[in-house]
Structure formats: structure tokens, C-alpha cells
Design a binder for this molecule. Structure first.
Ligand code: HAM
Length: 423
């Protein structure tokens, strides 16, 4: 047997899996609720290719970031380097530039739903192919109200799904005016601690010192707590921006904590950075990540544009669902038709077409099994009702509708049947 690639999963009908985040019903719930949130807040959908030029992510995400190092990259036949997208902000901004969306007056508010690829070490909640849902707000304004509105939408979304026990962490990572000076201060502070810090910290100290703050290794924590925070080293415009952002969250009644060491893993971020972490995910506790990236359009060769957005992992969102929400998911067919004899088979075929016309989800036993077997199938696919058709039913025009859960049976005409199943 050829098994699937490590770190990838099959998303299956519920009856084929015990794993909640591998259930297609859960994926559909996450996606349809997100679409409703996006409709309410006026976001438009974009679908970008899964493959992009590697250069796009090198320029956007940055070459010294974890995500860049985890990319699936291959050389195409013409020698061009291509990567599977590890995230979709860079692709979305590329499309924004490529299709001249910046010529539109007002903000362009886009959302996407799709797979991303990172060659990470697989573990609970961390896969090599995973689903993301994200939004990007692009345009000429960098008003913190954009950020507060996007977070308000996320808040609505989490409530709608009944997800509790999450924490919103916000920070500002400054801009090109205040960050270079801070990084110098940070380097000096870290240099003194280097012998006490882990190998990864030592490496990041050289390549991307801001990311040292992000280290999760237990033994590094006491030393990292001593280094000065970027939040305390912001220039005046960055500080004002951050204060306005947090006061808008307060005004919307959204709870948050200021996480002074939150820096996020991409080079494109500046000013506001945020994450939503959950209490059900273990080590991979980040559900949502996002932030502001005003320089990205220019980094990709486009005109100056401001941007803010987030993405969340679909698997991690599902793992955060309350057990009750996950248990109630059901997309099973409403009706299973079993028949006895050839005449009944032809009749069932025609009847099923009329029922489907009426909008009723119907499965006919095309294998012509014996009644007992047919009902076992109805049970296994989780049909709510079964209809058993024989000569008597055809002659009398009354069908026997069986409730598969209670076993209760009713005699109904075709018209009543349609009424009962569409009610
Ligand atoms: P990110 O923090 O790298 O941000 O990813 C966002 C979310 O994707 C994470 O919080 C997590 O839920 C999920 N995720 C990431 N890696 C994995 C994985 N290996 N397996 C399962 N889930 C994963 C971004 O991707 C940015 N593009 C977000 C953004 C949009 N910033 C601005 N706009």
C-alpha cells in the first residue's frame, strides 16, 4: 500500500475517522462560519495559486525566517525556482499589485481559504500541509481602526463557534524609524546572555535578533525576561498608533493582553502584531496570527501600500471547538431508499429523482441488496430515514418511512413524504 506523505492528512466523512480535525463536517463548519463573518464585514474572496516563484517568499517572508527554511522548493524544467506557498500574505499582495487593485479608491479587503505547506516536524496541531483562512486589508490607510475592526470580526467568529478559553495577545514591533536602534540595544543585551541561551537563540542572535525574543525554550526564559522590550522603545508615531489600537479594542469590549515579547516570524511585519492562543492545543497553542505589513507591497516591487491581516489554521480552530459543537455536526443524507424486486427498483429510481428535485438528500440502494443488508447500509451511512418500497407500496401509493433512530414507521403518500422531509 502507498501511504500518504508524512505530515499530510486526509479529511474524511465523520464515519471514517475518530479525529475531530480530520472530519470534513468540522472543516465545512469552520469555513461556512468564516464566510458569514467575511460577508458581514465586507470582505471579498481571492484564490491564488498554490505554487509561486520562490523569490516571492524570499522577498516577502524573508530568507532568515523559519518559514522560509521550511519551504518545499523545486527547480522547474526551465530552471526557475518554484515553491509551494507556506503562507498567503505574500501571494495576496503579489496579486494586489499584479491586478492593479491599488488603483481602486478605498480599502481592498480580501479573504482566502486554502492549503499551505511547511516542512516542519509534524506533531499535534502541526502538519506539513494545513488549512488556513486569512484576510488582508490593503490600501492607503493605516488607521488602527482597521486593525480593531478585523479583531472585532475574529471575536465575533470565535463566539459564533462557541470557542472559549482563548487569549488575544497584542504588541507593537515598531517601524523602520525605531526598530534599528532597538535591535542594537537588543543585540547588546543578548550578547551578555549568549552563553546561557540555547543554540537556536545563538543562531538567531546573528541572523534575526528580534526572533530571539520568541524563543520558547524553558531554560532561556529567565535570561530573556531581562532584555528590554521593543514595546518600551517605540518612536512617537508607533506609540500613538499602538495606544489608539488598544483603546479601540477596549471600546469594543475586547479583552487582550500586551505581550511585550511577541514579535512574529516574518520579515514583513511592522507595528501591530497579534496572536490568539488557545488552551486546548498543547505546544502548538497559536490559533491565529497576524499583523501590519506596510512595507510589503514595495518589497515585492509594487507601489507603496499599507496592509494588515491575519490567518488561522483550520485544524487548530477545529481543535478549539467545544465538544458539543463537534458532536452535532452531521451532513449525512436524509433518506435511504431500499426496494424489493425489479418493478420497485424502477419505481425507486424515478421517485428518487422527484425527491431530489424537491431538495431532499436521497441515496438509493443501487446494489439491490436484501432488505436487512440495505437497512444496515442506511445505518452505516447515517441516513436519518429509510424508505422501503415493494409492490404493495407502489400499488397503494403509500410509502413506509422509517425513522432510523427511533425505529418508528409512518405511512405517507409521495406528497406527504416530501412535506415531511422538507419540513
Ligand atoms: P502564521 O502565524 O505563520 O501567520 O500562521 C497562522 C496560523 O496558521 C497559525 O496561528 C496556525 O494556526 C496555523 N499554522 C501555521 N503553521 C502550521 C502548521 N505547520 N500546521 C498547522 N497549522 C499551522 C501567517 O501565515 C501569516 N501569513 C498571517 C498573516 C496574514 N499576517 C498578516 N496577514
Amino acid at each position: 500500500m502507498i501511504a500518504r506523505v508524512r505530515g499530510t492528512r486526509d479529511i474524511l466523512p465523520a464515519r471514517f475517522t475518530q479525529t475531530v480535525d480530520a472530519r470534513i463536517e468540522a472543516w465545512n463548519l469552520i469555513e461556512s462560519t468564516a464566510r458569514e463573518a467575511f460577508r458581514r464585514y465586507g470582505f471579498e474572496e481571492i484564490r491564488t495559486p498554490i505554487i509561486e516563484k520562490t523569490e516571492l517568499f524570499e522577498r516577502g517572508v524573508g530568507t532568515e525566517t523559519d518559514v522560509n527554511k521550511e519551504m518545499y522548493t523545486f527547480e522547474d524544467r526551465d530552471g526557475e525556482l518554484i515553491s509551494l506557498r507556506p503562507e498567503q500574505t505574500a501571494s495576496t499582495v503579489r496579486a494586489y499589485i499584479e491586478h492593479g487593485m491599488f488603483n481602486q479608491p478605498g480599502l481592498v479587503k480580501l479573504f482566502y481559504i486554502g492549503p499551505q505547506f511547511r516542512r516542519e516536524r509534524p506533531q499535534k496541531g502541526r502538519y506539513r500541509q494545513f488549512g488556513q483562512i486569512g484576510v488582508e486589508v490593503l490600501g492607503q490607510s493605516d488607521d488602527p481602526a482597521i486593525e480593531a475592526e478585523v479583531i472585532e470580526m475574529l471575536d465575533w467568529y470565535l463566539k459564533q463557534l462557541g470557542i472559549t478559553g482563548t487569549e488575544l495577545r497584542v504588541n507593537s514591533i515598531g517601524d523602520e524609524n525605531c526598530r534599528p536602534a532597538y535591535i542594537q540595544v537588543l543585540r547588546d543585551a543578548i550578547r551578555e546572555q549568549l552563553p546561557n541561551l540555547c543554540g537556536n537563540c545563538n543562531q538567531r542572535y546573528e541572523s534575526n535578533p528580534l526572533r530571539v525574543l520568541d524563543c520558547k525554550v524553558e531554560s532561556c526564559q529567565p535570561y530573556l525576561e531581562k532584555v528590554p522590550a521593543i514595546t518600551d522603545a517605540l518612536c512617537e508615531p508607533c506609540r500613538t498608533h499602538f495606544e489608539r489600537f488598544t483603546s479601540l479594542l477596549d471600546a469594543s469590549g475586547i479583552k487582550f493582553v500586551i505581550a511585550k515579547r511577541l514579535v512574529r516570524g516574518f520579515d514583513y511585519y511592522m507595528r501591530t502584531a497579534f496572536e490568539i492562543v488557545g488552551d486546548q492545543l498543547g505546544a502548538q497553542n497559536s490559533i491565529v496570527g497576524g499583523g501590519r505589513y506596510d512595507g510589503l507591497s514595495q518589497m515585492l516591487g509594487g507601489p507603496p501600500a499599507k496592509g494588515f491581516g491575519f490567518a488561522f489554521g483550520i485544524e487548530r480552530m477545529i481543535m478549539s471547538l467545544p465538544a458539543s459543537a463537534a458532536a452535532n455536526l452531521n451532513e449525512m443524507p436524509a433518506l435511504f431508499i431500499a426496494y424489493i424486486g425489479e418493478r420497485a427498483r424502477d419505481h425507486s429510481f424515478a421517485l428518487s429523482r422527484r425527491l431530489r428535485e424537491a431538495g431532499i438528500s436521497t441515496v438509493v440502494d443501487l446494489e439491490g441488496r436484501k432488505l436487512k443488508k440495505a437497512l444496515a447500509i442506511a445505518n452505516s451511512i447515517g441516513a436519518r430515514f429509510a424508505l422501503i418500497i415493494g409492490d404493495n407500496e407502489i400499488d397503494s401509493g403509500a410509502y413506509v418511512l422509517r425513522d432510523m433512530t427511533s425505529g418508528e414507521q409512518r405511512n405517507l403518500s409521495e406528497q406527504d413524504l416530501i412535506a415531511a422531509l422538507t419540513a
